[in-house]
Write a protein that binds this ligand. Structure first.
Ligand code: IMP
Length: 426
């Protein structure tokens, strides 16, 4: 009953979709375990590019059951739009399952997210304004509505009316915003959302365990990444869920012993969208070149991503936090034209050398990166598909990352296409 977790090890956008695509052939189920439509997973299948937000990438493979687990927050109107978008491109979404226990993101969540960000001014978190944080807050506060509430129209209307009343008090008195019309919202949900999404609502824990018991291979697909984790990331500049591998247990309903492989995904450099500390950030022409060659713009918000060197200190911490067995390095080809590449191998804090990030955020922000510089390869990697195709300097870079991070580099992305990768034998 093999279960594999795929987890981002930096600040998101590591290219998890590419690895999912490689593994999809072997799996019968792909489960999203946290986050919501703040995620943007780009997957190229048979030359066609799909940008998925809420749908698990398994939806693109006819032999896979795609599952939205209980740990995900679902904007059901967005879900309908996304289903329609991919259906129009010939993808059959009928196999989709959405957990009865997944919480709903409702319009007041996005309104509150947006208003709060605005009120924070320069101290804003840089969220996607999709209502992720307010929806998880309601879940923790035990006032959230769940997918299963959509199954009973009368009680849904009662619960939504009461939630809107509370949120309206907040929207109007704290933020001076317009109230939400509960009648209009209930009517809209009952007529346009409920009939469309209820066919997908299922007991996903039971489905997952039936698959595992039948010896099928399940992929647990993380969104966002380790350093956006609510507990382990650079708080408060984080998302409101637990992308780390442990989050897969909670957000899908599986015990840790059922997970037998954890794959971390890291870019050959590092990017971050939104605010928060970024020790290896490059504000020079090298950063601009990497951003341009790597098309570093957010899939969801279109915002330019901040770019910096690979940070092995963060990766070492990601190995610990997720119990990584291996790392897949993506976008190595983006560094092709550089004559030198740098890797952050340690931090310096008040004259002390650190091998792991300090636990205190203020100390983390004060750390100075210590770099090792390696020669670049200045060779086009996009045709490399075997380890021996890689030039000596690129192999040395990968070996160096491996030695710094402490786990093998098992896959290397050398271009956006499905076949542009090198599988290094572990
Ligand atoms: P939220 O998840 O919308 O609350 O945003 C919180 C932080 O996570 C912000 O810095 C976002 O830019 C970041 N974030 C959320 N989802 C993603 C993602 O899929 N990739 C990269 N960053 C993300």
């Amino acid at each position: 009953m093999p279960a594999t977790v795929i987890v981002g090890t930096q600040w998101g956008d590591e290219g998890k979709g590419k690895l999912t695509d490689l593994l999809a052939k072997q799996v019968s189920m792909v489960v999203r375990y946290q986050g919501g439509h703040n995620a943007g997973h780009t997957i190229v299948v048979d030359g066609e590019k799909f940008a998925l937000q809420l749908l698990p990438s398994g939806v693109l493979y006819p032999h896979v059951t795609p599952v939205i687990g209980n740990g995900v927050v679902v904007n059901a109107e967005e879900l309908v739009r996304e289903i329609d978008r991919v259906t129009a491109r010939g993808i059959d979404c009928s196999r989709l399952k959405v957990s009865t226990n997944a919480h709903l993101i409702l319009p007041y969540h996005a309104a509150l997210d947006t208003l709060r960000e605005h009120a924070l001014g320069d101290a804003l978190l840089g969220t996607t304004k999709n209502g992720i944080g307010p929806a998880y807050a309601d879940k923790a506060n035990r006032v959230g509505l769940r997918m299963q509430d959509l199954l009973d129209a009368d009680s849904f209307a009662v619960k939504l009316r009461s939630a809107v009343a509370e949120k309206n008090a907040f929207l109007t008195s704290i933020y001076g915003a317009d109230p939400i019309d509960a009648d209009e919202l209930i009517e809209r949900y009952l007529t346009t959302v409920v009939p469309r999404v209820t066919p997908y609502v299922a007991d996903c824990v039971a489905l997952l365990h039936e698959a595992l018991d039948a010896g099928e291979h399940v992929l647990l697909e993380g969104a966002q990444a380790t350093f956006l984790d609510l507990d382990h990331g650079t708080y408060p500049y984080v998302t409101s869920s637990n992308p780390v591998a442990g989050g897969a247990c909670v957000g899908a309903g599986i015990g840790p012993k059922s997970i037998d492989r954890v794959i971390g995904i890291a870019k050959a450099y590092c990017t971050r969208v939104g605010t928060g500390p970024f020790l290896t950030e490059l504000s020079d022409e090298i950063g601009a070149l990497i951003a341009e060659r790597g098309h570093e713009f957010g899939t969801v918000t279109g915002r330019p991503r901040r770019v910096g060197w690979f940070d092995a200190v963060m990766l070492r911490q990601a190995v610990r936090l997720n119990g990584l067995d291996e790392v897949a390095i993506t976008k190595l080809d983006i560094l092709d034209t550089l004559d030198e590449v740098a890797v952050c191998v340690g931090y310096e804090l008040d004259g002390r050398r650190l091998a792991y990030p300090p636990a205190r955020t203020d100390e983390f922000a004060r750390c100075l990166p210590v770099y090792e510089r390696l020669p670049g390869w200045q060779v086009d990697l996009t045709k490399c598909t075997e380890p021996h195709d890689l030039p000596e300097a690129a192999r040395r870079y990968l070996d160096f990352l491996e030695s710094q991070v402490g786990v093998p580099v098992s896959f290397v992305g050398t271009g956006p296409g499905r076949d542009q990768f090198v599988h290094r034998v572990v």
